[in-house]
Design a protein around this ligand. Structure first.
Ligand code: NFE
Ligand code: MG
Length: 566
């Protein structure tokens, strides 16, 4: 008989996600993904000055701190048909890339690695054998027997104290944990090192943005960094070189540690490769533009349907009509008033809570659809649309990664293995390396442009009478983000954010089609229903951010098992 399990909350830090599953015969047979919080930021914006919106919308999230600001200024600039100076484009790109480095490192180590890594088992590891294992993966200086021994001692102390801190509340000793003790010790050591490297990225972003989280250097029409090299308070060469050094250190960590760990975990858990594919329609935004018009992006955008890479359809511009004309959001199964599916320009956000209804409404998230279909978004989508187009940087990064995974696994697998839970981690690790390369490329482009004496940062926005509409598209760490604005006589008339985690975590639509989280869980094995580790693996692989996705707690349900997974 099917057993009902409710996991509420599910995320490790940012917890407004509830997932319900039915388990039958040791496998998930049905799943529901529910956003448990309503914030209404889209409504707060109505009537405000469009130049202020980016400051408000950055508060949608404390994780993807910059992306809503970027999408917002782009939406207003699209509405006004306002170009920005080249320096502004390049500085924004560095903001995007550096933020993404921090975000991907935190996701893997802090938010999801412990679904695969058994911290307690690391206590049984031999530090010398751990160093030998790590040496087969990379020459990272932190991979010494001395360091692994010190980490093991630190861990012993933690366990003896009974105060596990960030290592409390996990499923240690779970039968689905398969890594040998040495791999666990190596990963715990890298978990601790990751804290330093995410801080370096944060520091670089803080210097460019003036503050982190929530950068202060954007504005409609450009950026607010003083680039004139005669002044001492702006983005001087000294600061730029310090930023470059930080990016290089983070790049080395990503390529020598993060990518190796994901390749090793993918190889050592290769029985997991078939799980978690779910929705295999993919979409990514073009981004990291090197021109003022936003037509030449270093990150490729496009769509793929039904896991078939030959269906790839690129979209290339910052204001692509293929994207804008094909997006709708459905509220048929969400806690909003009405029963429609609409283009975001036509939408409203009018909350109407019922209860958690399995066959009715059960989430604060809307259900975004592209040409009526659910789409999976995120680093994997971006890697696949780039790979399918033969995009040079993507193809090289993906092939390098697959080579590393194959060498640990003793296999010869291709990109077809990327559809699924392990594949989403692989996609993110591949993309993190690409973004590190691009951060440095755009640093060079900026410094070379400054060398020509061009210090332009801002074009003045002018708001004509009447109505203007704009869309700001951006490839955030969790996938394609779009902000949709209608301006009337210089004030915001309507504002909608269609967010990566809404694409992935949204509920069923009016046709009953499940969203990507829901579809990805069906068929996952469940070894112990009281400890649904496998559900965490698949959901965490998307990097959930529900604060973003919904922008009150529900009463008790009728579930058989209710667990918290922190
Ligand atoms: Ni709150 Fe975000 C990203 C956005 S949501 S983390 O990346 O937009 O998916
Ligand atoms: Mg929205």
């Amino acid at each position: 008989m099917a057993q009902r399990i409710t996991i509420d909350p599910i995320t490790r830090i940012e917890g407004h996600l509830r997932v319900d599953i039915e388990v039958d015969g040791g496998k998930v047979t049905k799943a529901w993904s529910s956003g448990q919080m309503y914030r209404g930021i889209e409504n707060i914006l109505k009537g405000r000055d469009p130049r202020d919106a980016w400051m408000f919308v950055q508060r949608i999230c404390g994780v993807c701190t910059t992306v809503h600001g970027l999408a917002s200024v782009r939406a207003v600039e699209d509405a006004l048909q306002l170009p920005i100076p080249l320096n502004a484009q390049l500085v924004r790109n560095m903001v995007q890339a550096i933020h993404c480095l921090q975000d991907h490192i935190v996701h893997f180590y802090t938010l999801s690695a412990l679904d695969w890594v058994d911290v307690v088992s690391a206590l049984d590891a031999d530090p010398v054998k751990t160093a030998a294992l790590a040496e087969t993966l990379s020459n990272w200086p932190g991979n010494s027997a001395k360091r692994f021994s010190a980490v093991k001692d630190k861990l012993k102390g933690l366990v003896a104290s009974g105060q596990l801190g960030p290592f409390a509340n996990a499923y240690w000793g779970h039968p689905a944990m398969k890594l040998p003790p040495e791999a666990n010790l190596m990963a715990v050591s890298h978990y601790l090192e990751a804290l330093d490297y995410q801080r370096k990225a944060t520091q670089a972003l803080g210097i460019i943005g003036g503050k982190n989280p929530h950068v202060q250097n954007l504005c409609v029409g450009g950026i607010a960094n003083n680039l004139n090299q005669d002044n001492e308070t702006g983005l001087t060469m000294e600061r730029l070189y310090f930023i470059k050094q930080l990016i290089e250190e983070v790049r080395d960590f990503i390529k020598m540690v993060y990518q190796s760990d994901v390749a090793a975990i993918g190889a050592l858990y290769k029985e997991w490769i078939p799980y978690g594919a779910g929705v295999t329609n993919y979409m990514a935004a073009p981004d990291m533009f090197t021109d003022v018009e936003g037509t030449k992006g270093d990150l490729p955008g496009g769509t793929i349907f039904n896991a078939d890479l030959s269906t790839v359809k690129p979209f290339t511009t910052i204001s692509d009509s293929y994207f804008k004309e094909n997006v709708e959001e459905s509220i048929a199964r969400a806690w909003y008033d009405g029963d429609w599916s609409k283009n975001p320009f036509e939408e409203d956000t009018d909350p109407k809570y019922t209860d958690f209804q399995d066959e009715g409404r059960y989430s604060w998230m809307k259900a975004p659809r592209f040409q009526g279909k659910p789409m999976q978004v995120g680093p994997l989508a971006q890697v696949l649309v780039g790979y399918a187009q033969g995009h040079e940087l993507t193809v090289k990064a993906a092939n390098d990664f697959l080579g590393r995974l194959n060498s640990v696994a003793g296999t010869n697998l291709g990109p077809e293995i990327l559809h699924g839970t392990i594949g989403r981690h692989a996609g993110r690790a591949i993309r993190a390396g690409m973004m590190a390369d691009l951060a440095l490329k755009h640093w060079d482009l900026l410094v070379n442009n400054l060398a020509t004496g061009d210090y332009e940062i801002f074009n003045q926005p002018v708001f004509p009478k009447g109505e203007q509409r704009g869309v700001g598209i951006h490839e955030a760490p969790r996938g394609i983000l779009s902000h949709w604005i209608i301006i009337q006589d210089g004030k915001i008339k309507n504002y909608q954010a269609v967010v990566p985690s809404t694409w992935n975590a949204g509920p069923r639509d009016g046709q009953g089609q499940p969203g990507p989280y829901e579809a990805s869980l069906v068929g996952n094995p469940i070894a112990e229903p009281e400890k649904p580790l496998e559900v965490l693996r698949t959901v965490h692989s998307f990097d959930p951010c529900i604060a973003c996705a919904v922008h009150m707690l529900d009463p008790e349900g009728k579930e058989v098992i209710k667990v918290k997974a922190l």
